[in-house]
Design a protein around this ligand. Sequence first.
Ligand SMILES: Nc1nc2c(c(=O)[nH]1)N(C=O)[C@@H](CNc1ccc(C(=O)N[C@@H](CCC(=O)O)C(=O)O)cc1)CN2
Ligand SMILES: Nc1nc2c(ncn2[C@@H]2O[C@H](COP(=O)(O)OP(=O)(O)OP(=O)(O)O)[C@@H](O)[C@H]2O)c(=O)[nH]1
Length: 436
Amino acid sequence: MAPRHEDTIYALSSGRPPAGVALVRISGAQATAALAALTTTLPPPRQAALRTLRDPSDSSILDRAMVLRFVGPASATGEDVVELHLHGGPAVVAAMLRVLGALPGLRLAEPGEFTRRGFDNGRFDLSQSEGLADLINAETEAQRLLALDQAGGRLRDKVEGWREAIIALRAEAEAWLDFAEAEDDVEAGLASTAKAVAAIARLRADIAATLDDAGRGMRLRDGLAIAVVGEPNVGKSSLINTLSRRDAAIVSEHAGTTRDLIELPLVIAGVGVTLIDTAGLRDTNDPVEVEGIRRARARAAQADLVLHIAIAPPETPLGQVVINKIDRSGLTAGVYDGVIQVSATTGAGIAAFEVWLEDWVRTAVRPGEAVLVTQLRHRQALAAALDDIDAAMATDDLVLRAESLRLASRALGRITGTVGVEDVLDAIFGRFCIGK
Ligand SMILES: Nc1nc2c(c(=O)[nH]1)N(C=O)[C@@H](CNc1ccc(C(=O)N[C@@H](CCC(=O)O)C(=O)O)cc1)CN2
Ligand SMILES: Nc1nc2c(ncn2[C@@H]2O[C@H](COP(=O)(O)OP(=O)(O)OP(=O)(O)O)[C@@H](O)[C@H]2O)c(=O)[nH]1
């Protein structure tokens, strides 16, 4: 049951002032009254208008600004919404927020509260809300496109389709249960069972295929990890520096700069990639170095790609071999027999190395049919639904089957937020900033 929202909320929805324009949004039953308190004539709904905005307590001018109002439910939150497009100065915004806070029934919004209201009012489902959060946090093209898809309701449509099909199958199982009890018609019951099992199997295959592709979706959203390993002094750091100078478009938010592990975020082919510079792998008794090497091996084991840097072909390659310092060995720059040959110092072979990396990223995220699942929460719900569907298929007992199908539809309902999601709502909407 969606909660009713008593308070009217307001917040700065645009970035931190000073800025060219600052957008203050107001949402709730008192939104229009708040605008009426600030200006003499209300513009018609959904029409931008220039107005002088005054402090109602003393009629002093706050700003001369563009204002816009929406009448619920045709608004981003489903409630009445007012937008004040102010001059983006810190004092202008501060004065407006102070005046709004003094109006009856208005309070400052909490993080994600505008979006939460849109969700509560049925403007969009939970997966779309998560898509909006991803859109706001998107830093790479891959992330932006995935988030747009999800905010647009692609995952919701797919999951809702499955859920409706499961609910129909369950209703059928229950109907047959009643019928079989009344008529004792075993033949008809068996025929129906065979048809239902075939339908469930088709549904299962569709969900399983989506789940199979979830790994790719999660890599696109969360980015790829590339571990750079090799003996000390082969030029790992030099190569990472050379690669990052071209592409280091994103400022690192990773706290990964541990003693011997440096993480460097890059964008390659529109996908976020973290290069992990690891401690040199060699036999040592120094406990700090031993720990560094342990971490390097652990991280390399989890990475999507290991680049093994060496100055001569290693006896036991740990991953993709990159021969560095070819300016000394006289090897030819480029990719030969699958081995990348470069010089970080002269730059020879670096362009070919970068082309190789781009190809690898494109292959790792495999273009093709657009992905649906990009988040662990969704992946887990789909896996749970599959387990329930398997249980439904494994039994001839219509009571057990109906119950397993009920559990499967509930698992899917967690993705869209139709059932049992109170525990995740705060975590999801808390990810937003104030004003969203
Ligand atoms: N100025 C401004 N720009 C913004 C937002 C905003 O809140 N304000 N948004 C904040 O997220 C996004 C747009 N979100 C919105 C979603 C729905 C409606 C809306 O009025 N929907 C009505 C009418 C639809 C129509 O005319 O086609 C509806 O769906 O009934 C408005 C904004 C991005 N740009
Ligand atoms: N001649 C030549 N020297 C290089 C090349 N790449 C790196 N070096 C030099 O090799 C030395 C080691 O480079 P680093 O990048 O620190 O090597 P590393 O593998 O990160 O070393 P550790 O951090 O000890 O594991 C430095 O003096 C670099 O200038 C290269 O392509 N050619």
